[in-house]
Ligand binder design. Sequence first.
Ligand SMILES: Nc1nc2c(ncn2[C@@H]2O[C@H](COP(=O)(O)OP(=O)(O)OP(=O)(O)O)[C@@H](O)[C@H]2O)c(=O)[nH]1
Ligand SMILES: [K+]
Ligand SMILES: [Mg+2]
Length: 399
Amino acid sequence: MGIVERIKEIEAEMARTQKNKATEYHLGQLKAKIAKLRTQLLEPPKGSSGAGEGFEVTKFGHGRVALIGFPSVGKSTLLTMLTGTRSEAASYEFTTLTCIPGIIHYNDTKIQLLDLPGIIEGASEGKGRGRQVIAVSKSSDIVLMVLDASKSEGHRQILTKELEAVGLRLNKRPPQIYFKKKKTGGISFNSTMQLTHVDEKLCYQILHEYKIHNAEILFREDATVDDLIDVIEGNRKYMKCIYVYNKIDVIGIDDVDKLARQPNSVVISCNLKLNFDRLLAKMWEAMGLVRVYTKPQGQQPDFSDPVVLSADRGGCTVEDFCNHIHRSLVKDVKYVLVWGTSARHYPQHCGLSHVLNDEDVVQIVKKKETEGEGRGRFKSHSNAPARISDRQKKAPLKT
Ligand SMILES: Nc1nc2c(ncn2[C@@H]2O[C@H](COP(=O)(O)OP(=O)(O)OP(=O)(O)O)[C@@H](O)[C@H]2O)c(=O)[nH]1
Ligand SMILES: [K+]
Ligand SMILES: [Mg+2]
């Protein structure tokens, strides 16, 4: 029997089993069995890199965004409109068969947008090009789930389920469970609060299913069995997702209003070029990119050429900033001067661990430079970057 059939069989058994106190241990064990099989299913075939032909697109720019959705919701039309790269669009399903990259220029950064084939129910089990699409989604920083505003709301649930089945967790944070495998000592089970979904016996049983007999486990929240399995599997990817309802030109205003009020959602129309600004702003916010402008000593910063950092990718400290410029820079840095929202006063003298905010300006003072040079020059406020107060008070100025 193949892996997919075994998953189906266990799912059927779960559906047959009544949910009550007596069956909860058995159901927990079945959940763990399915999770293990799904992980097995995702392992790339031996000798392949995983993505597959037509899907191995090189990363480019400061971030990567994947377009995921059912066929013919308008993913390719959207890619063409936002990036200028043409991706064929047509009224028939599965027009797009590979991964088509484009670049969005936004806030002086470059963001790679990926058009992908439509996915359908069963994608996680390998239907259509589901497996490849999912592999590419996992490599991106955020997902835009494109939905047809005129179609059933159920589509969003089906897609979310497909993505969950392969370990993607959308708009969720990792469960607050500490878990560490040990060599000896048995299982130590603790919690900082009353647990209502999991007890010690259930936890042991799930760990047993994974053949784990020595481990430390601490629940810091009232987590579920699914959360526990996620932590044990350890391969889950937590990503932000924006629900993009396209084709609002074909539905009534009341329905548009309802969709627009949902969390993490944007309503657009490619046909009418409607609301792209809002979509881009939401995308920018979800990516959490931090632009830092380098100020050479005695000169104004170049506001068109930021160093782009991200908390999810590498971090946003002064040290991360220095490493971005040059790997060997950190050892020469004495301190840095910071202007911007992360600074308490302008300029603030900061060390390597200081966390930078979007649009901060940084000047590096190296160890070699004499005290007099480093300080004297920047004591006077007239040396502060001229535009900084404007930039901090108002919305980002375009350069
Ligand atoms: N009414 C309306 N139609 C749209 C809109 N955006 C795209 N379409 C149409 O929807 C159809 C499908 O568009 P595509 O861009 O090919 O959709 P896709 O999601 O890339 O489709 P696949 O690649 O097949 O998965 C085309 O006929 C588009 O012209 C829109 O905003 N409103
Ligand atoms: K299409
Ligand atoms: Mg397409």
